[in-house]
Design a protein. Structure first.
Length: 355
C-alpha cells in the first residue's frame, strides 16, 4: 500500500488490470453466502457453506438472489465470477472498496456499485461498499461484512409481501437499492438532530472548547455522506434511461422514485453543509462576543481608576510645600472627591448603557 502523510491509499502500483485484491481492513471476516430462489408459488432460502453450492441456481427459471459477505475471500469471489462470466475488471472493482458509486453496462448483465451508510459503535458514520450484478434472472450482491439493511427485503421475499415474487430480477435490484436509499433518511435525521443540539448549546452559552472539534467531526461526516450519495444520482439516472432488456419498462418507474428520494436527501445534505459552516461562524462569533464583554469590563474598570490613580499620584509626591497636606480635613475631602468621581463615572456608563 502507498502511504503518504499518514494516509493510506489502497492501490497497488503496477498491478495487472483485473487483479482481484481486497483493499479493506476486515481480513478476518468469515465467508457467508445466502441464497433466495423464488417465483410466484414458492421460495427457497439457503445458507451455503461453499460458493460451488450456488452454481446450480444459475440454470433456475426462477429469480435468484445470491448474497456474499466477506470481500477478503477473493478466491471465492473469483470462482463465482467465472461461473457467471463476469469481466475481470468487475471482480477487481468488487474487491476494491474505494470505488465511487457507478454503473457499468455489459452485454449480459449490469454492474452497480454504491455505498451503504450506517452508524458504528462510536456513533460515527461508516460507509460500506455494496456491489450488485444484475442478470436476466439473478442478482448477485457482494458485501464486506455481516450486517446490512436488507432484512425487510428478505421478509418480503419469504412471505410474498408486495409484488416482489411476481416480478423479475430488475425489481429485486430495485428493492435492494431502495432499502439502502431509505436508510439514508435515517442518517440524515441523525445529522439534523446533531446540528440542532449544537445550535442549542451555542445559543445557550453552555458550549465548551471541545465543541469546535465536534463541529469539525460532524462536517467530515456530512462530507462522507455527500460523497456516497451524490454520484448515486447519476447511477439511477442511467438505469432509468437504459435501453437494456434487463430493465423492464414498468420497473423504470420505481427507479425514478428512488431518484426522487435521492434528490430530497441531496438537498438536505446541501442544507446541512451550509448549516455546519454557519455553526462554526456562530461559535466564533460567540467567542468574540464573550471576549468583547471581558474587554469592555476591563476598559470600564481602567477608565474609572485612571482619574483616581492620577489624584493618588499627585498627592503621593514627596514635595515639602503642598498646601493641601497641611489642611485638617484634606484626607477626608480627597476620599470624598475620589468616591464622587467613581460614582459619577458609574452613572455615566449606566446612562450610556455600557453597563
Amino acid at each position: 500500500m502507498l502511504e503518504t502523510k499518514g494516509k493510506i491509499f489502497n492501490k497497488k502500483l503496477g498491478q495487472i488490470p483485473g487483479s482481484i485484491i481486497y483493499t479493506g481492513k476486515k481480513r478476518s471476516q468469515k465467508l457467508f453466502i445466502e441464497v433466495f430462489d423464488y417465483n410466484k408459488e414458492e421460495c427457497i432460502e439457503k445458507e451455503l457453506l461453499t460458493v460451488e453450492e450456488s452454481f446450480d441456481f444459475k440454470l433456475s427459471d426462477s429469480v435468484t438472489w445470491i448474497n456474499l459477505n466477506g470481500l477478503n475471500h477473493v478466491k471465492d469471489i473469483e470462482k463465482l465470477g467465472q461461473h457467471y462470466n463476469l469481466h475481470p475488471l468487475v471482480l477487481e472493482d468488487i474487491a476494491n472498496i474505494s470505488q465511487r458509486p457507478k454503473i457499468d453496462e455489459y452485454e449480459d448483465y449490469l454492474f452497480v456499485v454504491l455505498k451503504m451508510l450506517y452508524y458504528d459503535a462510536n456513533n460515527k458514520v461508516a460507509a460500506e461498499q455494496v456491489s450488485f450484478v444484475l442478470g436476466k434472472n439473478y442478482v448477485l450482491s457482494f458485501q464486506e461484512s455481516d450486517g446490512d439493511v436488507f432484512d425487510g427485503v428478505r421478509d418480503r421475499i419469504r412471505h410474498s409481501k408486495g409484488r416482489v415474487r411476481s416480478l423479475h430480477s430488475d425489481y429485486l435490484l430495485y428493492i435492494l437499492i431502495d432499502a439502502i436509499v431509505d436508510h439514508y433518511f435515517n442518517i440524515i435525521d441523525v445529522l439534523g438532530d446533531k446540528i440542532e443540539d449544537f445550535e442549542t448549546l451555542i445559543f445557550s452559552g453552555k458550549a465548551t472548547d471541545e465543541i469546535s472539534k465536534d463541529i469539525q467531526d460532524l462536517k467530515r461526516e456530512i462530507l462522507k455522506v455527500r460523497r456516497a450519495i451524490f454520484p448515486l444520482r447519476e447511477v439511477l439516472s442511467r438505469i432509468e434511461k437504459n435501453e437494456s432488456t434487463l430493465i423492464h419498462k414498468k420497473t423504470k418507474t420505481f427507479y425514478r422514485d428512488i431518484y426522487d428520494h435521492l434528490i430530497q436527501v441531496s438537498e438536505n445534505i446541501d442544507i446541512y453543509r451550509e448549516m455546519i459552516w454557519s455553526l462554526m461562524d456562530m461559535y466564533m462569533t460567540t467567542i468574540s462576543n464573550k471576549m468583547n464583554e471581558v474587554m469592555k469590563v476591563l476598559t470600564i474598570m481602567s477608565t474609572i481608576f485612571i482619574p483616581l490613580t492620577f489624584i493618588a499620584g499627585i498627592y503621593g509626591m514627596n514635595f515639602e510645600h503642598m498646601p493641601e497636606l497641611s489642611y485638617k480635613y484634606a484626607y477626608f475631602i480627597l476620599w470624598g472627591v475620589m468616591i464622587l468621581i467613581f460614582i459619577g463615572l458609574l452613572l455615566y456608563f449606566k446612562r450610556k448603557k455600557w453597563l
